[in-house]
Write a protein that binds this ligand. Structure first.
Ligand SMILES: Cc1cc2nc3c(=O)[nH]c(=O)nc-3n(C[C@H](O)[C@H](O)[C@H](O)COP(=O)(O)OP(=O)(O)OC[C@H]3O[C@@H](n4cnc5c(N)ncnc54)[C@H](O)[C@@H]3O)c2cc1C
Length: 408
C-alpha cells in the first residue's frame, strides 16, 4: 500500500536554498520535513564561492566557523581577462571557496540540529494539486511510491526542477541560460592563491557570443583549482562545438590557457549543469507553494552566483510561512507576501549583475574602456570591484543604477 505523510511545511530539495528554509522554519517553530533525492553528503556542480553577504546567515546557523576552517581558500582578488587577453585586477570583499559536498552538508545539518526532519533518497516526481492548489508532492522513496501532503510546499529542487515546470514558474530565457561545467584540476601554474580569474570568449572562436567564460578559482595554495566553463546556450548551439571542444580550444590556443594548464591534470571529470539566470526575480508563488533558488532561475546572470538568492529566498520564505502558521492561514494572499519581500532583497544585486553583463561584459569596446578606467583609478590594483564597476556605469555609461548594487 502506498505510504502517506502529512506535515505543515514540506521543503523539496536540501541544497542551500532548501536547507536554509528548513533551518528557519524549525527555528520559528513550524513543523517541517525537508527531503532530497540524493544520498547525503552529495556533490553539486559549482564554483563554491560564498560571497560575504552570506556570512551573517552562516554565522546564525552555526556553519561559518566550520566552513572557514575547511575552506579551500579565500578570494580577495579578481582578474577579468578580455577577448584579447588583456586583463584588469580588482579586489573583492574576502569570499570563501569551499566544496559543495562539504558546505551543503553543513547547512543541511544545521537545519536538522534546529529540529527540522530530513528524509534523503526521496524523489518528488510531481505535485499533488487540488482545485489549483499545491497540496504536497507525489514521489518515490527508495523506488516505492510515497505521497507527502503539506499545508505549504517550498520548491527548492534546483535548476532541473520538473515541479516549477509543472507550475509554469520555470523561466527559460535562452540568452540568460548557460551551460556551466566544472572540474577540479591539479598542477595549475601561475594562479595566485587568493585570486579568481575569469576569461571571456577567446578570439578565434567563430559564432561565440559573449558570456562564454572560463574561470579558475584556486584551491589549496593555487596549485589545485576549480576550473569552470560557462557557455551561453545560444552560443553553444551556434558554434557547433561541444563544451569540451570549447575548453580544449581555450586550453590550447590562449596564452592564459597554455600557461595555467600546460602541466595540469583533471582530478575529476568535467561535469555540466544547465543554469538559467535572470535580470529580476520572476513569479515565485502559487496557491500552496513558494519556489526559491535555481528552481525559479534566480541566479545572477553576470557571474552565475546563485547561492545568495537561494539562501536569502529560503530565509524569507520561512518567515512568511511562520506568519501563515501563526494565523493558520496559508492562502495565496498570505503566501504571496514572499514575492515583494524577496524582490526587495534580491533584485538590487540581480539588477546590478544584469546591467554589468548587458552594458559592459557583452560589449567588447565598453569592456576595454572599463579596463582603462579601472587602471586609471588611484591606488590601482587595490580598487574594489563593486564600487569601481558602479562608478564606471554611473559616470561613464551614465546609467541610472537605481537601487541596484553589487554584493561582491
Ligand atoms: C558550474 C557552476 C558554478 C557555479 N558557481 C557558483 C558559485 O561559485 N557561487 C554561487 O553562489 N553560485 C554558483 N553557482 C550557482 C549555484 O550552484 C546555484 O545557484 C545554487 O546551488 C542554487 O541552490 P538551490 O538550493 O536553489 O539548488 P541546488 O543547490 O541545485 O539544490 C537542489 C537540491 O534538490 C535536490 N533535488 C533535485 N530534484 C529533486 C527532486 N525531484 N526531489 C527531491 N530532491 C530533489 C538535489 O539533489 C539538490 O540537493 C554555480 C553553478 C554552476 C552550474
Amino acid at each position: 500500500m502506498m505510504k502517506k505523510i502529512k506535515r505543515t511545511a514540506l521543503v523539496v530539495g536540501a541544497g542551500p536554498g532548501g536547507s536554509t528554509a528548513a533551518y528557519y522554519l524549525a527555528k520559528l517553530g513550524v513543523d517541517v520535513l525537508f527531503v532530497d533525492k540524493e544520498t547525503w553528503p552529495r556533490d553539486k556542480i559549482c564554483g563554491g564561492v560564498y560571497v560575504p553577504a552570506l556570512y551573517p546567515m552562516l554565522k546564525e546557523m552555526g556553519c561559518y566557523d566550520e566552513m572557514m576552517k575547511y575552506q579551500a581558500c579565500s578570494i580577495t582578488d579578481f582578474r577579468l581577462i578580455d577577448r584579447d587577453e588583456d586583463y584588469v585586477d580588482m579586489k573583492t570583499e574576502p569570499a570563501m571557496i569551499a566544496t559543495r559536498r562539504f558546505t551543503d552538508d553543513q547547512i543541511r545539518r544545521a537545519a536538522i540540529r534546529m529540529g527540522a526532519d530530513f528524509m534523503e533518497n526521496y524523489e518528488a516526481t510531481s505535485l499533488i494539486m487540488r482545485k489549483g492548489v499545491v497540496k504536497g508532492v507525489h514521489g518515490l522513496y527508495h523506488n516505492t511510491e510515497m505521497d507527502i501532503e503539506a499545508d505549504v510546499t517550498i520548491i527548492a529542487n534546483g535548476s532541473h526542477s520538473e515541479l516549477t515546470r509543472q507550475l509554469g514558474l520555470f523561466p527559460d530565457p535562452s540568452d540568460l541560460t548557460v551551460y556551466a561545467f566544472r572540474a577540479y584540476v591539479d598542477g595549475v601554474e601561475g594562479l595566485a592563491p587568493n585570486m579568481a580569474e575569469e576569461y571571456y570568449v577567446p578570439k578565434g572562436l567563430k559564432g561565440w557570443s559573449p558570456i562564454c567564460t572560463t574561470w579558475l578559482n584556486p584551491h589549496y595554495g593555487g596549485k589545485q583549482a576549480v576550473l569552470g566553463l560557462t557557455i551561453n546556450e545560444d552560443a553553444l548551439r551556434d558554434s557547433g562545438l561541444s563544451a569540451m571542444e570549447f575548453y580544449e580550444f581555450w586550453r590550447d590556443n590562449t596564452k592564459f590557457g597554455q600557461e595555467r594548464l600546460k602541466n595540469a591534470t583533471l582530478i575529476d571529470k568535467f561535469r555540466g549543469w544547465r543554469l538559467p539566470g535572470c535580470r529580476q526575480l520572476g513569479k515565485s508563488v502559487v496557491p500552496g507553494a513558494i519556489a526559491i533558488g535555481d528552481a525559479v532561475g534566480a541566479s545572477e546572470c553576470a557571474f552565475d552566483y546563485g547561492i545568495p538568492s537561494a539562501m536569502t529566498g529560503g530565509m524569507i520564505a520561512a518567515n512568511v510561512i511562520a506568519g501563515c502558521a501563526a494565523k493558520d492561514d496559508f492562502s495565496y494572499d498570505e503566501l504571496n507576501a514572499y514575492q515583494k519581500m524577496a524582490e526587495e532583497a534580491l533584485n538590487p544585486s540581480l539588477g546590478f549583475n544584469a546591467l554589468f553583463r548587458d552594458e559592459l561584459l557583452n560589449k567588447e569596446d565598453v569592456m576595454k574602456d572599463f579596463f582603462k578606467f579601472v587602471k586609471a583609478q588611484p591606488g590601482y590594483p587595490n580598487v574594489m570591484f563593486g564600487d569601481t564597476a558602479a562608478k564606471y556605469m554611473m559616470e561613464v555609461l551614465k546609467l541610472d543604477l537605481g537601487g541596484n548594487k553589487s554584493n561582491q
